[in-house]
Ligand binder design. Sequence first.
Ligand code: ADP
Length: 603
Amino acid sequence: MGNGYLTGCALGIAVLLCIIFYAKGSVDNIETKIFKYMLLLNILESIVTTSIVAVALTINSTLLLTILNRMDVIILTLWCSFFFYYIYNVTNKKNPKKVVKGIAIIDTIICLLALVLDVNIINQDGILNSNGPLTTLGLVGAAFYIALMLITVFMKKKKASSEMQIKYIPLYLLIFMTILIAVLRIVIPEINFISIMISFISLIMMFTIENPDVKMNEQLVLAKLQAEKANHAKTDFLSNMSHEIRTPLNAIVGFSQILAEDKEIPPSAKSQVKDILMASESLLDIVNGVLDISKIEANKLEIVNNEYDLHKILDELVVLTKARIGEKPIELQTHFDPMIPPVLYGDQTRLKQIILNLLTNAAKYTKEGCIEFTVNTVNKEGVCRLIISVADTGIGIKKENIDKLFTKFERFEIEKSSSIEGTGLGLAITKRLVELMNGKIVVQSVYGKGSRFTVAIDQKIVAKERLEEPVPKKKAQNLNGQGKKVLVVDDNPLNLKVASRLLKNYNLQVETVESGQECIDKIIAGEKYDLILMDDMMPRLSGVNTLKKLKEIPTYTIPTVALTANALSGMREKYLADGFDDYLAKPINKKELEDVISKYLVI
Ligand code: ADP
């Protein structure tokens, strides 16, 4: 009778587990699928063993008992093989098809044998037992799969992660219990512990490794990781693409600059050259934006602090904004706090970029009216809180779009502003930069009336009356490099051509080499130069490493300027820290080039 209670209990547990499992909803992975089948086999096994007890106690039909015993062995074998496959999947996921094939063959053989082998059913004094070849087959099948489980777990190749280690605890317990079932079956054959043990194993699995909530969580973490990985791949791709685009673009900008100043070309062609120059410069802005955002997202963007004069930056910003407004009937009003300290300490390049983005947007998205550019300060304990606000009377932003404003590539009112160029990156970069500088940005806007962007950023106050100005530069038109020799190092022949062409405008003698090593060889050979312009990203020997090697030569004193497409703001400081005397971004800006020439080639 004891048998009846145990199998009945097992059936109750199995049914309850099934209900919970299906009610909760499960994740769609191979382990959980196997577990589903194990639960169903668990129910079948409990039904069969309960039926065996019921038949033995009532009609005691040997035929029926034999059929039920055969079914029991088949179900048990299948359950054991599913359990082994479960463990195999948790432990190592290699070649599951081969394993499935192997399991299918073994299960088929056992099942076929189970249909034909003899069984001896003993039903005496209320004690139900069985022996004979069929019972032995069941035990051998179970023992075989237990052995496979043990081999799988102990032979696992990879060192398990901490999450896997947790999974192994119930696994070890489950294997131990499976062994226990087999031993009990041999030692106390008259009591059928199998059903209750199987249900117990399912119970443990359900509340540990197959817990639907935990599984769902695992899947979410996995999905998040995959999404992050995909995002990184995309960012890397964008960054590489932008970098690749910069090189030919450098040539386009460089040559159109040269052509735009060429006195010999006819005026009609000149206006087209200017259009090419404008188009390539705006393309360059887009590429720089993509590079900036990818750097920010890869956490590679650093804030570089220096002493600076905010008044000077504000004046430059006003000039740039006026140029951007152009012919539009827009009045630019400025209100700058007279209490702005003369010298501040912070990242002036980034600060300028932030404000310029806001001013450019105001100019872009306003047809007429005014732009109000205000800078207020709160100076306290050596820190100046800059409260910068840019208000416009432009198209405004709809309420529902305000939240998406700082999301990259998000643009609104496309149909209205289709003629306005933009990528939807400006504000995303602005927000990230403000946050990098520990500041805040807020926006207020009334659709159709205008918008106001306010940024608050803290900068350190430097106790100085004014910033030391660098030595005044010579006037550009006086630049004449007669008798001076410049070496340009760049692996790209097109870039060498552009640089040489630009330098020859100043009557300089220009030599070019295509690698860092060639440059070192020339210096070792005793060649004399007055200036070296060096690209950084070159194969084999980068510009930075070439310079390091050059500096090992005791007599090396030639001013060396980094000339690189790595033109993100903040790069100047990086290259100066790497030992370069100065930095020129590609495409070469005429004014910056002239500054370098007048500084190092003192003419
Ligand atoms: P872009 O200007 O390159 O499209 P931004 O990131 O700078 O990208 O701006 C995103 C979008 O926010 C713009 O496309 C525009 O729809 C809206 N926007 C930004 N600034 C303003 C403004 N001052 N007035 C109205 N709309 C604006």
